[in-house]
Design a protein around this ligand. Structure first.
Ligand code: SF4
Length: 358
């Protein structure tokens, strides 16, 4: 007999404040932007600010489950704050950080809760009742396809999956991963506001503080200036050579791996997809690679996001290959990319989604 989806408790909603049911529990259900001036909402605003700051600093948003009301209400305010920064990097980072935390929490939830979570997003997810199949869940073919289009790993390809009666079998970890991807898309959509309202001065001041923090932590060069899509035809020659080598599973020196990883991270590729790229290596160690990539992305250790070395350093280490005319006037691979993107026609752009960059 199929289990029915569990109802969410208030504690669950504090953990997953983007669920539809969270609006019913909101302390401030009809929140208007001008209300954010109110001293009564000071704590909510403070926690909302923390949420976005944590996303920038740690690429995760912690959960404070002892203060459920504040936790639930601070989420929509954090959305307002991230929107008010008008900064694509901050918005993307915030959506990603909430999604990552969701994955960490969701993979340890009881089955009924995972079913309820999936239901919230309109998924047809069921428990697998076939004891001969070693998967916990079965997801409808359509939902599976919709949510794996962006994922690069071979394991997501349909030819490598077990299918039965229009469903694809998936593990608990895979279910949490796909649902967290749904959360990321959902939040990114909420942050896409075409016409911004006039925000109160308090919100604008906080948004400015957040932007300043991002520049301090992430670096001005990396905060903007790059398109949302990755333009492979704008890669400098050195990065092209490294990218081709890694795609073919050819060995890269330490500095080569560092240069390629930091370059791809800084132009917008997710650590997850960089890890996928390195899977072509015969000595691939997922745990170690993930650790190193996340470290370079500033999600671990010193929380510093690294940028690739300058051209003269790359020349010294033999990573500079076939420099072209543009290389004569620029001195950094990221500067090369930024300049080349501006002159590259959009029809040459590789859509991030199509190649799995996001
Ligand atoms: S000059 Fe710089 S950007 Fe150009 S190939 Fe060499 S290292 Fe790369």
């Amino acid at each position: 007999m199929q289990l029915t989806a569990a109802k969410f408790t208030k504690n669950d909603l504090a953990k997953y404040p983007f669920l539809k049911a969270a609006t019913r529990y909101m302390k401030i259900p009809d929140l208007k932007i001008e209300d954010l001036r109110s001293p009564d909402l000071e704590e909510i605003l403070k926690r909302a600010e923390e949420r976005v700051e944590e996303a920038i600093l740690y690429a995760r948003v912690s959960r404070n489950l002892k203060r459920e009301d504040i936790e639930i209400s601070s989420y929509p305010v954090a959305i307002i704050l991230a929107t008010a920064t008008k900064n694509p990097f901050i918005k993307k980072r915030y959506a990603l950080a909430e999604a990552k935390q969701t994955y960490e929490d969701l993979k340890d939830e009881p089955k009924e809760k995972i079913l309820g979570f999936a239901q919230n997003f309109g998924w047809k997810l069921m428990l697998n009742e076939n004891s001969e199949v070693p998967f916990e869940f079965a997801l409808s073919f359509a939902d599976y396809l919709r949510n794996t289009t962006h994922l690069r790993g071979k394991k997501w390809k349909l030819v490598n999956r077990l299918l039965s009666s229009g469903n694809v079998y998936i593990t608990r970890g895979e279910t949490a991963r796909l649902l967290s991807e749904e959360v990321r898309k959902h939040i990114e959509k909420r942050l896409e506001v075409k016409e911004l309202p006039k925000f109160p001065s308090e919100i604008m001041e906080t948004a400015e503080k957040i932007k300043k923090l991002s520049v301090e932590k992430i670096g001005k060069a990396e905060m903007g200036g790059f398109p949302k899509t990755i333009v492979q035809t704008a890669f400098p020659p050195c990065i092209n050579a490294l990218y081709q080598a890694v795609s073919a599973g050819r060995h890269l020196s330490h500095i080569g791996r560092f240069t390629l990883t930091s370059f791809l991270i800084n132009i917008g590729m997710t650590p997850e997809n960089v890890v996928e790229l390195f899977k072509n290596f015969s000595d691939f160690n997922e745990r170690m690679t993930r650790y190193q990539v996340e470290h370079i992305a500033g999600e671990r250790g010193s929380r510093t996001r690294y940028i690739p070395p300058k051209c003269d350093t790359l020349q010294t280490h033999g990573v500079c290959i076939n420099p072209d005319e543009l290389c004569q006037i620029l001195h950094h691979p990221l500067a090369y990319y930024r300049r080349k993107v501006k002159t590259t026609k959009t029809d040459l752009q590789i859509n991030c989604e199509r190649v799995g960059f996001i």
